[in-house]
Every structure is written in C-alpha cells, then in structure tokens.
Design a protein around this ligand. Structure first.
Ligand code: DX5
Ligand code: ZN
Length: 220
C-alpha cells in the first residue's frame, strides 16, 4: 500500500513565528505543507497572499500543497506555479470550465486538485476524474480552521473511492477540516490518502509527536 500523507495546515501556525513553525514541519514526519488561500469572496475570510506564500517557500523543504478558496482561480495559476506550488487545488464550485482549468494547472507543471464543498456530490466529477490528481474533500465548510468534522464525510469518501476504482484512475483523496486522531483511522479505512490537519497539530503541546501519531494511525 502507498504511504499515507500528513499535511499540516499552516493556517493554524503562529504567523509571528512562521519560520519556527515551518522548521517544525520540516523536522517532522509530515510529507506536505498545506497552504490555504482565501479571498474573502469565495469564502467569508481572508488568509494571506503571495508575499507570505513566497516566504513560506523560502523555508519549507517539502511538497507545497496549495488550496485556493478563491473565485476565478484561472487568473492565478501561473502565479502559484512561479511561487513554487507543487499541487494546486481549485474549488469545483468556483470553476465554470473545470476541464480547461485542470489542463492549465498541469501545463504549468503542477499536480491538479479539485476541492468539493460539503454539499457538492462526488458524482459531479465522474467525467473528469481521470484528469484529476487529487480530490480534496472538505470535511468542514471552507473558510476557517478549528471547526468540527462533518460525519457525513465518511460516506462521501467511500463513494469517491469507488468512483476512482471504477474508472481505474490514480487520483488521491485528501481530507481537509476537523481531522484529529479520533477520525484519522476511519478516514483512511474509507479510502483517504492525505489528511490535512491544522488546529489539531498547531494547538497541540507536542506538535511533532501529534504529527507522528496521525501518521502512525494513517499507516497502521
Ligand atoms: C479550511 C481550510 C483548512 C483548515 C483546516 O477552510 O481549508 O485547510 O486549515 O483546519 P483544521 O484542521 O483546524 O480544521
Ligand atoms: Zn485547506
């Protein structure tokens, strides 16, 4: 079985000590950095923009997994490629021409991800699943860290996994929102490959150990 991935979300880091928190992730067993971009329009919150992403890139030594919670993401694809994103995920709900958007992301040399809000059915990806490297399943409503996990996510992940198997695709399933050691193992069992964790990691007393705990559960 392929190794399951832990992606700490920097949204929950201490921005006054961002370099310190990035180094913690560098030294940990996590494989990806999850970077949340919010525009205050697609979601009711603003996170941070390009200068901060560029600062993150200077220190982060691992895969940069960028999650765009913005309207009109096409406008910024090449910008994020230049900023050093490895994976670029756009929201299904923000794209009128998703197939074209996916091709543009890949043409810029990045892995292409599609995020689904909690109300968006997985079936809507049926015609494009083979073109998607990562499906990010939102397990909270996007916009804020620290929210509680939506239980319906397990069923949704199982349906998505089946869709991927049926079409013989090699798409990864990423879960974002409210991930803890309580739900990690069950999410993996349902079919998840990547677990994003913000508050659970950064609010923990021992952050490195918390990442290790999540990774052990995910790979048990
Ligand atoms: C929410 C973001 C998440 C967020 C997760 O809109 O997409 O990546 O950082 O935070 P937690 O793990 O605290 O729910
Ligand atoms: Zn995210």
């Amino acid at each position: 079985m392929k190794e399951k991935i832990i992606a700490p979300s920097l949204l929950a880091a201490d921005f006054g000590n961002l370099q310190r928190d990035i180094e913690m992730v560098n030294q940990s067993e996590a494989q990806w950095f999850h970077v949340d971009i919010m525009d205050g329009v697609f979601v009711p919150n603003i996170s941070f923009g390009m200068p901060v992403v560029s600062a993150i890139k200077q220190h982060a030594k691992k895969t940069m997994d960028v999650h765009l919670m913005i309207t009109n993401p096409d406008q910024y694809i090449s910008t994020f490629a230049k900023l050093g994103a490895t994976n670029l995920t756009v929201h299904y709900e923000a794209c009128s021409h998703l197939h074209r958007t996916l091709q543009s992301i890949k043409n810029e040399g990045m892995k292409a991800g599609v995020a689904l809000n909690p109300h968006t059915p997985v079936d809507l990806l049926k015609e494009v699943i083979k073109d998607i490297d990562i499906v990010l399943v939102m397990s909270v409503n996007p916009g804020f860290g620290g929210q509680s996990f939506i239980q319906h996510t397990y069923d949704k992940v199982m349906r998505l996994k089946q869709l991927i198997i049926d079409q013989n695709a090699d798409t990864l399933i990423e879960i974002d929102g409210g991930v803890t050691t309580e739900n990690a193992a069950k999410l993996i069992k349902a079919g998840a490959d990547v677990l994003v964790a913000g508050s659970f990691v950064f609010k923990a007393e021992n952050q490195t150990q918390t990442i290790k705990d999540l990774k052990t559960l995910a790979n048990a």
